[in-house]
Ligand binder design. Structure first.
Ligand code: NIG
Length: 406
């Protein structure tokens, strides 16, 4: 083995059966070490049974716990500009939708992002990814959607591609061309939908610039029928679908995600019992973004408890973006998921590991299993329970991506 991690209080493998109690899925092991060889987990078991490792590098966990690298399955970390003024307006009682209707919101980030070069977008995103990596995140999904014109959308996706070369986290790109109606096409929204479907997405698929496509289905953004048109095109191009739904207003978005066979339905603050039932029936994964509910002041928080109780898998994300969630803090998101979405610490931890990985269709991630990738984190606390409990505290001490410290 190249590397051995010893003296951990516990190894939270997240490799147990899915669908039952969260603690069973966590499959915590005690009294064991983890061995890594060539970027993969080579051994999990008692040290006395470990294969010869005389030359292996040793990491002493000093009684901290070890778990899989976090998967942040929904972010918008590639953007330019700043929306701190909107934050101040929201603190004074203006709503997210009022600010957007007055020309702020996504449109404001679009204006700044369109002015940025690919190199500038890369440089701006890097420290955000560094902050995620410092929290123990090893895989990040990043959406386009602040370009809203062909060249700028492609520039965002190419920036994500370039970031793959220039920093250690694994990146999964999503084409979110239908994030908002471009301000200059307000009266001719159909033109942008057509351009997205007939020009942007075929190029994205051809150049493999994204693993998913996505749309913001909301009164202020795109309609159910526009979502259906996207789903048809995505199917034709072999791009799996994700959807932002039921975030600010209830409009049956979760049912739409279920109807269209979306891999995930994200946000869900306004989901109804019918929406939950439809997602369960269709096997749609819920992605909750509690820091954005907080930051956008978009109450209520999504009903995580009801979703879990209905048997819907629940993933969590930071949704890091300049408008609704200016945060890379995993522990804060987990804490809010417990305090406000009604999840248990075990469920919240799974949301950023095993279930987060399922949300990006990477089932080998978010778990520690022999033969699987050695994406793992050594924490400075002795239990996963400390992450949501010690609110917004970063406990990650050592993070490995494919066996290499980042
Ligand atoms: O996931 N819901 C829409 N998109 C982002 C917000 C983007 C923004 O305000 O800039 C989200 O919350």
């Amino acid at each position: 083995m190249d590397l051995v991690i010893r003296n951990a209080s516990e190894i939270v493998t997240c490799d147990g059966p899915l669908g039952g109690p969260a603690e069973a899925t966590l499959a915590v092991r005690r009294g064991v070490c983890v061995g890594v060889k060539s970027g993969r987990v080579a051994f999990i078991g008692p040290e006395r049974e470990a294969p010869a490792c005389a030359d292996a590098r040793i990491i002493d966990a000093l009684g901290g716990f070890v778990g899989p690298g976090f998967v942040d399955c929904h972010t918008h970390v590639v953007f330019a500009g700043d929306r701190s003024e909107e934050f101040e307006q929201r603190c004074q009682g203006r709503t997210y939708l009022e600010i957007a209707a007055a020309g702020g919101g996504i449109a404001r980030t679009v204006a700044a992002t369109r002015r940025a070069t690919e190199a500038e977008l890369v440089a701006l995103a890097k420290p955000r990814l560094e902050r995620l990596g410092a929290q123990g995140v090893t895989t990040v999904e990043i959406k386009s959607g602040y370009g809203l014109e062909l060249a700028a959308e492609l520039r965002m996706l190419r920036a994500i591609d370039r970031l793959r070369e220039e920093q250690p986290l694994e990146l999964i790109a999503t084409c979110l061309g239908l994030h908002a109606v471009p301000p200059e096409l307000k009266e001719r929204r159909g033109e942008w939908v057509r351009q997205c479907l007939d020009e942007l997405l075929p190029l994205v698929a051809q150049e493999r610039l994204a693993a998913f496509c996505d749309a913001f289905v909301e009164q202020s953004a795109f309609t159910h029928d526009e979502g259906r048109a996207l789903a048809a095109k995505a199917k034709e191009l072999g791009l799996p679908l994700r959807l932002h739904v039921d975030q600010l207003t209830a409009n049956g978005g979760a049912q739409l995600a279920a109807e269209l066979g979306a891999v995930t339905a994200d946000h869900l603050e306004q989901i109804t019992p019918e929406g939950i039932a439809a997602m369960k029936q269709a096997g749609t994964i819920a992605v909750l973004a509690p820091t954005s509910t907080l930051f956008a002041r978009a109450r209520p928080f999504a009903p995580g408890r009801a979703l879990r109780d209905a048997g819907v898998p629940v993933a969590l994300c930071t949704n890091c973006n300049p408008g609704s969630s200016n945060s890379e803090n995993v522990s804060l998101a987990m804490g809010l998921a417990c305090l406000e979405n009604g999840l248990t610490p075990a469920e919240a931890y799974l949301g950023f590991t095993r279930v987060g990985a399922l949300a990006v269709q990477r089932p080998e991630l978010g778990r520690l299993a022999v033969g699987g990738p050695a994406d793992l984190v050594v924490f400075g606390c002795d239990s996963y329970r400390a992450l949501p409990y010690h609110l917004a505290m970063n406990e990650a001490v050592v993070t490995l991506k494919a066996g290499r410290p980042i």
